[in-house]
Design a protein around this ligand. Structure first.
Ligand code: PLP
Length: 285
């Protein structure tokens, strides 16, 4: 089935969708984005993603290209035209097109928008969700505003490739003091020997994961003990369980960190229960 993309006001054939070589996203990575899961036709946590997009735009002093209502209509139209029942929608907003110059272009330059959608074509996330994944830890080389979901992702790209080269699905990024910040495209969690669920508190050090926020509400509603605090690589390696979360990989068990098997090497019981609780509110994979 031919795919359709939305680019700057037009629905176009995916293969013909283009940005200008003077687009600030191309020149400087000067753009922000969101990835929204679609499960059984439902756009999961859509308003939370759009709130984060609006926040990223504000933090980068970028104009809001469309009202939230208009953006939702575009996203749903892309979902419809691409028959996305289970999959992902991608939204990107760029600062627009202007001759290359680091400082912002004039206020007359309008922000650009790209929206695409794709059905889940491989079973990789489902397999990861069932069997768990390995992670590699690497230094966190990113800039300090990781709370902004910008497309400036070079450090994430390098870390993810290092993980892939080591046979791991994700890299956990580690700050200068030895504490895990997060994954290259996911939030990092561990479960202590006393069954306490631990994840790093919100700050500019990490992206404020939408799945993280909603899972925390689920965790609290079910009465688990939880601590929002940083943890070291050593603590993670000795934890009973570990997992990652993202729109694309909700509650995915981590069964190995570097050369250390986590727990007994199988997805742990707390992680399994959280998968069920989260699927009950956000839809199963
Ligand atoms: N951290 C980073 C760096 C990410 O890129 C992502 C998602 O892409 C996440 C965390 C998880 O965020 P969310 O749960 O909103 O998908």
């Amino acid at each position: 089935m031919p795919r359709t993309a939305y680019v700057n006001g037009h629905y176009v054939a995916y293969d013909e969708a283009m940005l200008s070589i003077d687009d600030r996203a191309v020149q400087f990575g000067d753009s922000v984005y969101e990835v929204v899961a679609v499960r059984r036709g439902h756009l999961v946590e859509l308003d939370d993603h759009l709130s984060r997009l609006e926040r990223s735009l504000r933090e980068l002093r970028m104009a809001q290209p469309r009202s939230r209502t208009a953006l939702k209509l575009i996203m749903k139209e892309i979902q419809r035209r691409n028959h996305v029942h289970n999959g992902l929608l991608y939204v990107q907003v760029t600062r627009g097109v202007a001759p290359r110059n680091h400082k912002f272009p004039s206020a007359a330059v309008r922000p650009g928008i790209v929206v695409t959608g794709k059905s889940r074509i491989d079973q990789e996330s489902v397999l990861a969700w069932q069997k768990g994944v390995k992670v590699l830890t690497v230094p966190d080389d990113r800039w300090r505003r990781r709370d902004v979901k910008s497309t400036n992702l070079l450090a994430n790209v390098m870390a993810k490739q290092a993980a892939a080269d080591a046979g791991c699905r994700e890299a956990w990024l580690v700050d200068d003091d030895g504490f895990v910040t997060e994954g290259t495209s996911s939030t990092a969690w561990i479960v202590s020997r006393t069954s306490c669920i631990i994840t790093r508190p919100l700050s500019n050090d990490i992206l404020h994961g939408v799945t993280r926020g909603n899972l925390l509400r689920v965790i609290e509603a079910h009465g688990y003990s939880v601590e929002e605090r940083a943890f070291t690589v050593t603590e993670a390696e000795h934890a009973d369980e570990a997992f990652i979360t993202s729109a694309n990989n909700p509650v995915t068990p981590v069964v190995q960190i570097n050369d250390t098997i986590v727990g007994n090497g199988e997805p742990g019981p707390v992680t399994r229960r959280l998968q069920e609780h989260y699927a009950a509110v956000a839809g199963a994979l």
